[in-house]
Design a protein around this ligand. Structure first.
Ligand code: FO1
Length: 308
């Protein structure tokens, strides 16, 4: 069975890992690149790397991002020079950014570079950046307009969000690799990633929504909001600041018209009838992936549900 997953960072990477454990190289993961930015003249792609390291089995277990056991000698030196040290690039992680930047400067696409790096790390799934063109998520907050990592990491998502936009999205196009993966997918899974700044940038790439609409594969979303709280990061806070209730039902409403099935945590079971009323089939299970066993179990349940 060919699976296509849409993912942002840590939460999405966990389910992608579960799916890879079930179908191996028959998984393609389309990853948000709106979080990408330039630092020390390097191209940093946090979500791509989080997915890549997780699928390679080398992600830092405590953070979910970065590499397990990495050291920070370069960061100490940057700090000593008075350079920008708020974004913690580990020594091993730095190699990824150096090589990626070098290959991009050499004229290779981000899709090509990502395949190269992830193959070298032994990743079985096909990790696909949402587009090859640069796209940058910009948030408008009570502290003014901020680049995404400035908001997320430097300011620890404390500014109040008013709105957001994806700079460069008008020039972004679905890649041939993504077109192929969507056309061949037997199921399309929206991982539990932030609907505003992880899933929406992917869907906003020109051609993406049309391709998804044309696909007859079941389209299943797993809620990143469980019991009114985000599994990780600012999603719940963002819902509130944008004037919406932070709930699985609200996630389903945002994705109405794009998905036809919804995976709901047991804790939110009372919302199942509301989501069914949106015209979606609902599967209630334990969605919080505490370890690798949990990731694989959830992935397997989803695969069995769609083939039933
Ligand atoms: N997140 C942090 O909260 N602090 C960091 O210092 C940090 C460094 C970092 C380095 C490489 C990388 O690939 C990711 C990193 N992240 C860090 C995570 C990341 O920027 C965010 O979690 C995502 O952009 C949101 O999906």
């Amino acid at each position: 069975m060919n699976l296509l997953a849409l993912a942002g960072g840590v939460g999405g990477a966990k389910l992608a890992d579960g799916l890879q454990r079930v179908v191996g190289e028959n998984l393609s993961v389309v990853v948000n690149t709106g979080d990408d930015f330039q630092l020390h003249d390097l191209h940093i792609a946090p979500d791509l790397d989080t997915v890549m390291y997780t699928l390679a089995g080398i992600a830092n277990r405590a953070n979910g991002w970065g590499i397990e056991g990495d050291t920070y000698n370069n960061l100490e030196m940057i700090s000593q020079y008075g350079g920008e040290d708020w974004f913690r690039l580990g020594d091993r992680d730095l190699a990824t950014h150096l090589l990626r930047s070098q290959m991009l400067r050499g004229g290779y696409t981000l899709t090509h570079v990502t395949r190269n790096l992830s193959n070298a790390l032994g990743v079985r799934a096909n990790i696909l950046p949402m587009c090859n063109e640069p796209v940058a998520t910009i948030v408008n907050t009570n502290a003014g307009e901020l680049a995404f990592q400035e908001y997320f990491v430097h300011r620890r998502w404390q500014p109040i969000l008013k709105s957001y936009r994806f700079h460069g999205i008008d020039k972004a196009r679905v890649t041939p690799e993504i077109t192929n993966a969507i056309q061949n997918a037997h199921a399309i899974i929206f991982c539990p990633s932030n609907p505003f700044v992880s899933i929406e940038p992917i869907l906003s790439v020109k051609g993406m929504r049309d391709l998804l609409k044309k696909s007859r594969a079941p389209k299943i979303a797993v809620s990143p909001i469980v019991g009114g709280e985000a599994l990780k990061g600012p999603a719940a806070k963002m819902f509130q600041e944008l004037g919406m209730e932070a709930s699985a039902f609200q996630v389903a409403k945002l994705l109405r018209g794009t998905i036809d099935r919804f995976v709901l945590d047991r804790i939110d079971e009372a919302q199942a009838p509301l989501i069914k009323d949106l015209g979606m089939r609902v599967w209630v299970t334990d969605t919080v992936m505490r370890n690798e066993v949990g990731r694989e179990r959830l992935a397997r349940e989803i695969c069995e549900w769609v083939t039933r």
